[in-house]
Design a protein around this ligand. Sequence first.
Ligand code: ADP
Length: 592
Amino acid sequence: MFKRMQWKIVFMFVALVLVIMLIVGLYILGSIIAVNNGAFNEQLDKVMSGEFTQVLGDALAEDVSSDERTRRVNSVISAFSSQLGLSEQRQCAVLSAVDASRIVSTSGEATKTVLEKTPNIIQAMSGNTGKRTQMTAAFMDYAYFLDNGDGSGGYIVYVKDNKQSVNSIIKNIFYIIIQAMLFAILASVFLGYFLSKTITNPISVLTEKAEDFAEGNFDSNLEVFSQDEIGTLVETFNYMGGVMNNAINEVAGEKHKLEIILEHINNGIIAFNTDQEIILINSAAKKMFLLENIKEIRFDSFFNSLNLNICMAEFMYLERFRTESREIEVNKKYMKAYFVPFKIENDKVAGVVCVLEDVTEEFNLEKSRKKFVAEVSHELKTPLTTIGAYTETMLDSFPEDKETAVSFLTTIQNETNKMTNLVKNLLTLSKFDAQSVEMNKEFFGLASLVRDISDTFRVEAEHKKLEILFNTVNEMPPVYADKFQIERAVKNIVSNSIKYTPENGTIKIYVGYLYNEAYIKIEDNGIGIPEEDLSHIFERFYRVDKARSREQGGTGLGLSIAKEIIQNHNGKITMESKVGEYTRVTIKIPIT
Ligand code: ADP
């Protein structure tokens, strides 16, 4: 199939060949006519300058009858007819130079007939030789002025050739040219087709390649067919493909990098276009909002549902290029949201990127810090108020009886002890926080340590009519730990069991090991802990029943300290409980 380009090339090729042939043909025809005209004039010049005009002049001058004169002139013309080249096509006449009337003519036309006054005849009438030729004229003529001095005013020897012989040559040549042109058309269509193919084939290949480029495939390498301009174009194309491939790969690499960063960054990122649709979202953002169908989300409605006073129009129409920040609480998470408008080409906003920073940890930390300060203040305030009140009373009116005075002072002492206890515990915890607790690890028998502790508490327990049962395995291996700290942790837990187990209760203490792990279980059948409190029980100042704990002399820090100690030993402390049934604390520490 011919392609448009091929048609054009073939058409141009044919047109070019035809134009060339036409020019050449016209040139040939012109040359033939010119040569023919030249030869005509040359031949007649020669005849006229010779004997012919002499003899003709004499024949015209003779004083004879007009018929005789015509006869004589005719015989002179006949005698010179071959020199004059006379024939059917070429006639000779003798005209009067005065009025161009015909005196003698070889064609035998009536004498005295006035001929059409051609430019050459007019020229001859003025006494010169008229031999002008016209390419396009249907005939060629020659008019020679002959003055034989007979007083007639001169004669014109007029030769007229109807160009028939040259016309038939021209006709033949014309036919030959037409045939040649037809042949040239066929040949040029044929040649043009192959020529066009050599041009259009690489162009077709280049077009396919360009289409490949448009589809983003820059890999294929084109074969260079020739070393001409098209070859250079193909080479340039290959080079361009390579450059674009590199550029695309680079861009793709950068994009991939960016995607990986976006996917693995902890911050949530959502980009919206000005139609309020999501154009990019990373998995952190999806997780933060538990999003699934992101196609339906629109900027305004989405952030409105989160009670954020923000809308896309503010960025678009107020051309706000500054970052807006808001705080969001969603799914028990606290987030800082930064809204950053972005523009692409002109200065118009193209969308808004929302960067979400999960500040839950900081928020909770800040919250617990505030809570901690409030708790400490509160814990200190209560004994200080009591001490203040008792001191004031004593200062106002010092009790006269010793008993009341001692009772007042004992209360002051108890409250002071509570505060000292609290401050000591706080100091211990702050040491753990600062990781400045010194670990004095040694090998010791855990079972005997815990047995000693239970013995220590036995008096206090009996006081409350509680039974402490101790049990352990045989041949318990020594553990490598800070004996003093482990003792402190166990004491905190056993003392809790005594505190929160009503009379006639039992506290079972068990020490054992499994592989490289030693464990201590302390179980009581006391008041127990509600399930919802269990997850908070190791938090500082967390108490199920504040009044009861205070009443028991608790600070709410015992379990937190125990947990810090056990964690410092790479161990684990867990608590299970059922209200009114039991509370079981399990401590696990590595033996070595
Ligand atoms: P406290 O000084 O108040 O005992 P802890 O940190 O030792 O502080 O204990 C925290 C809270 O856990 C206590 O206030 C108490 O409500 C609860 N608790 C701890 N041990 C027991 C237990 N064996 N039985 C019931 N409640 C307990």
